[in-house]
Write a protein that binds this ligand. Structure first.
Ligand code: AMP
Length: 479
């Protein structure tokens, strides 16, 4: 456990019932020819000779478009756990959660993780007599769109909370106000998708004021959107006091900030994924803190090329070769043990049924591309990990969506599960690494699985998140 982990009684996420997201999220949709024509490889900023590979990476990279404020402001925030019945009984509490769950074509929830993650905070509030006004976004709607209604979430929310959740058809306005006025202590009103209003993402102060006018105080538990300053995450804090962190948000901060900045050592970071460019911030930030850095995924080929090796048609960011060299030098200067894979699994095309073989990292033939790390590398990485007390992992070791190239990623997931059992703090830092540990079936044994992709990446880069910065400071504890 992280030394700073708070309120363990409330941090547990209720178990899934039929959740099956991992494989669904991991599946790759086939790119259309139109996309490839419209998106020349040059614009993607790397030299992958294979159009399917280029498309795959471009899709991934676009998901990291968020901006965050750099800052050193304290991330120690007042927690909802500090609020007792004396603070909460009869109070209207605006809770911003991240209930952005995937739905199938019949509006069935295919992965309820985010709903389950929101339950401990809501339960604490209703058990202490609060009236909860629950807000979330779902998808990326343009105005009121039935497809993105929060209606389908009501049955599962009600089941997990053990009470019937009431749903409003709007986010603000007289109908919503009437429903709020009729709320009993210990009940929950779910507002409609807050992104039905464009004012939400613009952090419009008037809209934030209207949202805030529904309640007496604010709890932000939406870690997945904490890296965005939106009306329901940041704007409302200007009108509601106190504004505090929910248990989920708190736990994310405890691990991604607390455990990472004062880790039990040796501390290893494993960074993978597609491109160096999307992980520069994470690598640079972790280089300041870790003892061992293991690199995998598509980014390793830029490092190989920077060292003068041939990489065939593997993913390479030509404009990041100098950066790769600088990072290697930085690691050396700081005494960080940076390990690159010594062997790779190569493929003759970017496809699940590609021909493949294992070769030393120094022997990638022309026309072949590296899509996974090899067995020798796994052995070396495992030996290094065996020495650690804290491990953080962000980004897969290979194209784990294709079974043939999932060995490296699966092996790391299994190793971390093994280490968790031996008392090592294991932190899965969001995005595809989470999908990978879910796929292997070891998610439940990790110390912490981050629920936010972009937000966890930004925290690991050392950025302060606007949705967190805006909350009240933690009450200092006398020592
Ligand atoms: P990221 O979102 O940056 O963490 O990247 C995750 C993606 O990296 C996954 O979809 C993987 O398929 C991809 N990836 C991992 N290894 C490679 C590789 N060797 N070549 C291309 N893509 C890769």
């Amino acid at each position: 456990m992280a030394s700073t982990a708070a309120s363990p009684a409330f941090c547990g996420i209720p178990k899934a019932s039929t959740a099956t997201s991992a494989t669904a999220r991991a599946s790759l949709s086939a790119p259309t020819t139109r996309f490839l024509v419209k998106t020349p490889l040059r614009r993607l900023g790397f030299a992958a000779a294979e159009p399917l590979l280029a498309h795959h990476v471009a899709t991934k990279v676009r998901s990291f478009g968020g901006k965050a404020v750099r800052g050193v402001a304290s991330m120690a925030k007042k927690s909802v756990g500090e609020l007792t019945a004396a603070d909460l009984k009869g109070k209207k509490v605006f809770v911003r959660a991240d209930l952005n769950v995937p739905l199938d074509d019949n509006q069935n929830i295919t992965d309820d993780t985010r709903i389950r993650a929101a339950i401990p905070t809501i339960k604490h509030l209703i058990n202490n007599g609060a009236k909860v006004i629950l807000s979330s976004h779902l998808g990326r709607p343009k105005g009121f769109t039935p497809k993105y209604s929060l209606g389908p979430l009501v049955p599962r929310l009600s089941e997990l909370l053990g009470i019937q959740v009431v749903k409003a058809d709007d986010v603000i306005g007289p109908e919503v106000e009437k429903l709020v006025a009729g709320l009993d202590e210990g009940s929950v009103l779910l507002l409609e998708n807050v992104r039905f209003y464009k004012e939400e993402e613009k952090n419009d102060p008037e809209f934030a004021k209207k949202l805030a006018s529904l309640a007496d105080l604010f709890v932000n538990d939406a870690f997945g959107t904490a890296h965005r300053a939106h009306a329901s995450t940041e704007g409302v804090t200007k009108f509601l006091k106190p504004s505090v962190a929910g248990f989920l948000l708190q736990k994310e901060l405890d691990y991604l900030v607390g455990a990472v900045s004062s880790p039990k050592r040796p501390f290893a970071a494993i960074v993978g994924g597609s491109k160096v460019s999307s992980k520069i911030g994470v690598i640079e930030s972790l280089l300041e803190k870790c003892d061992i850095l293991l690199l995998g995924g598509g980014m390793i080929f830029t490092f190989y090329k920077a060292q003068g090796l041939s990489v065939g048609s593997s993913l390479v960011e030509e404009d990041k070769l100098d950066l790769a060299t600088t990072l290697l030098e930085k690691a050396k200067a700081k005494g960080v043990d940076l390990l690159l894979p010594t062997d790779v699994v190569i493929a003759d095309k970017f496809a699940p049924d590609a021909n493949s073989k294992i070769v030393p990292a120094s022997a990638i033939p022309d026309g072949w591309m590296g899509l996974d790390i090899g067995p020798d590398s796994v052995k070396t990485f495992n030996a290094a990990l065996e020495t650690t007390k804290t491990v953080i992992w962000n980004g897969p070791m290979g194209v784990f969506e294709f079974d043939k190239f999932a060995f490296g990623t699966d092996s790391i997931a299994k190793k971390l599960a093994d280490l968790s059992g031996k008392g090592v703090t294991t932190i899965i830092g969001g995005g595809d690494s989470v999908a990978a540990v879910e796929k292997v079936g070891v998610a439940s044994v990790m110390s912490h699985i981050s629920t936010g992709g972009g937000a966890s990446l930004e925290l690991l880069e050392g950025k302060a998140l606007p949705g967190v910065l805006a909350l009240d400071e933690a009450t200092p504890v006398a020592v």
